[in-house]
Design a protein around this ligand. Structure first.
Ligand code: ARG
Length: 583
């Protein structure tokens, strides 16, 4: 089954073929001039070139062949040969009734794929900070969009659990508590079951150690040794690492839960590590590894490069693995365990070169299939209200948690006064997540934006709270109708142009979803949600649904309301936004 527009395109294609023009594909575009039609077909110009004819002549032939169809209310030709199409009421009514039965019609997919996704970017033993917001929001929404469109998506949190930060934290724990058994190489007993550090400890330990290492070269060297020793599989340090992992992961998970960000797999850089030996053997067999000043590298530059692409550092001269190595090993692992069609990575643009090197090495060595797509999906930065990098008042890095709390304080003021206690907190939480996420997804993916909690939490305008409020109002209208015993099963009559605009708005969804998928940006969806909600709100204020005496009309209106409500809920869910019962 296909969406309404795809069915229309297929129908028109057959008609055009019958006119003697061979077309494989017909695209109907949303009309930029709604006064002339709902949709536009612009293919006559290309056909004119191909067949050496006047485009208007071709357009006229096409129009003649379909103008009596009951699918259309009006067909006209504009300019050199644009065909404007206005659908008939019967077609639109049938479609609304189909949607009432199955809201997923616009989401059909004939070519489902398996996509492995890597987003979030959390690092163990370090606080999630404002810079982690967009990867979580965009990654999660793209995943939900993929799944809504019938694809399979597997997301990996891919925790940073293997690098120097862990070494630094362990070193500082050792400095403060040298007596702990994890550091005693002769220790033979069992290691304690409870962690020697809490998450709060970690939040203090890492910045402390990291600052100290910047000032103190000896300390830094000790951290390097500690990191290497742990990566070499030292028993005590591994036991300590497991504690740090558990404590930190629990906290990371708690914050991702707040943001409705979920992962199918909670792996980390360390998991790729197990695959390094077999991957090395494979790369050796392909003769790709070169020695360079004691290190092992893979050359990934290409003669046609227009910028410098340095070799990928596979093994450092001190024998340890690099960030590139673990990412390459993770591709190896992902191909082996999941064999996806595509792997997507979401980090900010600064890691572009890193992924370019890794992807090239993966392709060059053929550890992925020729048609496996490896895709880097960068995003712009979120800045403070002044357009500068977001900082706390004392100039420190703002944690993601305090950012969410900031928005929550603002949103709490907007919640109805009669909602109190625990419910009030829950509602404020949901509204604030909607405010933050929606605002984060409004700009095109690569565009920077400024964080403004007051603006984002406004109940008016293009905001998450406005959409929640409007969607809840649709639901409560439906609930009141049910309580009054009013049944609504189908839409029977387009009563006014306002109704019609809402319905055409629904048709446009398909092209919005396609565009969003192509650009891998959610801005078209946030835009669409705002527009359709406004159209509906206009409909709502013009029609007194519950008191309407014409029963047929009332049933139509309620049916339309329920379709818009379902559709809004579905789109908000794709954006990772929950709708509270009331607010
Ligand atoms: N943890 C990394 C960072 O903070 C991001 C991880 C991105 N994913 C990857 N496979 N490298 O920079």
């Amino acid at each position: 089954m296909n969406s309404f527009i795809e069915k229309q395109e297929e129908y028109l294609k057959n008609k055009i073929n019958k006119c003697g023009y061979n077309v494989n594909e017909v695209t109907l575009n949303i009309s930029s001039r709604p006064e002339f039609g709902d949709y536009q077909y612009n293919g006559a110009m290309a056909l004119a070139k191909e067949y050496g004819k006047n485009p208007r002549e071709i357009a006229t032939e096409i129009v003649e062949s379909i103008k009596l169809d009951n699918k259309y209310k009006d067909i006209n030709i504009a300019g050199p040969g644009f065909i404007n199409i206005t659908f008939s009421d019967e077609e639109l009514i049938a479609h609304i009734n189909e949607l009432k039965e199955n809201i997923n019609l616009n989401y059909e997919n004939n070519n489902p794929k398996k996509i492995f996704m890597d987003y979030g970017g959390a690092n163990v033993a370090k606080a999630l900070h404002v810079g982690h917001l967009r990867s979580a929001n965009i990654g999660e929404a793209l995943k939900r969009l993929l799944v809504a469109l019938g694809n399979e998506a597997i997301a990996d949190a891919h925790l940073g659990d293997w690098g120097r930060p862990i070494g630094l934290v362990m070193l500082e724990i050792k400095k403060r508590n040298p007596e702990l058994p994890y550091f005693d190489e002769l220790y033979n007993g069992e290691y304690p079951k409870t962690s020697p550090v809490t998450n709060d400890d970690l939040m203090e330990l890492y910045p402390f150690a990291s600052n100290k290492a910047k000032e103190d070269e000896d300390y830094m060297e000790e951290a390097r040794v500690m990191t290497a020793k742990f990566q070499d599989g030292d028993k005590g340090l591994t036991a300590l690492w497991e504690h740090i992992m558990n404590v930190s992961k629990t906290d990371i998970k708690r914050i991702y839960d707040r943001l409705n960000t979920t992962f199918e797999v909670w792996e980390g850089e360390s998991d790729g590590n197990k695959y390094i030996p077999e991957m090395m053997e494979y790369l050796e067999s392909k003769n790709l590894i070169e020695d360079s000043q004691g290190a092992k590298i893979i050359n990934v530059a290409e003669p046609e490069d227009d910028h410098e692409v340095p070799p990928l550092l596979l093994v450092k001269s001190n024998g340890s693995a690099s960030y590139e190595t673990t990412d390459l090993a993770c591709i190896w692992e992902r191909m082996k365990l999941f064999n996806p069609d595509e792997i997507w990575y979401l980090t900010d643009a600064r890691q572009a070169l890193h992924f370019e090197q890794v992807f090239r090495a993966a392709k060059k060595s053929k550890m992925v299939n020729e048609d496996t797509k490896l895709e880097f999906i960068p995003f712009g930065t979120m800045n403070g209200a002044d357009g500068k990098p977001f900082k706390t008042r004392d100039g420190g890095v703002m944690t993601l948690e305090s950012l969410l709390d900031l928005a929550k304080t603002e949103c709490e003021k907007k919640v109805l006064p009669n909602i109190t206690g625990e419910e009030r907190d829950k509602v404020a939480e949901k509204v604030s997540v909607a405010a933050v996420k929606y605002a984060d997804l409004i700009p095109y993916r690569l565009t920077d934006y400024n964080f403004d909690p007051v603006k984002f939490s406004d109940l008016q305008g293009k905001t998450g709270p406005y959409l929640l409020y409007s969607t809840i109002r649709m639901k409560s209208l439906l609930k009141k109708a049910e309580e009054a015993g009013i049944e609504y099963k189908k839409y029977t009559k387009i009563n006014s142009d306002i109704d019609r605009q809402v319905i055409i708005g629904l048709l446009n969804l398909r092209s919005v979803l396609t565009k969003s998928m192509n650009t891998k940006s959610l801005n078209d969806i946030t835009d669409y949600l705002y527009k359709i909600t406004n159209l509906y709100n206009n409909f709502y204020s013009n029609n007194h649904v519950l008191t309407e005496e014409n029963k047929e009309l009332q049933e139509s209106w309620l049916t339309l309301t329920s379709v818009i409500y379902e559709n809004n809920s579905k789109l908000l869910n794709i954006l990772g936004i929950d709708v509270p019962e009331r607010m």
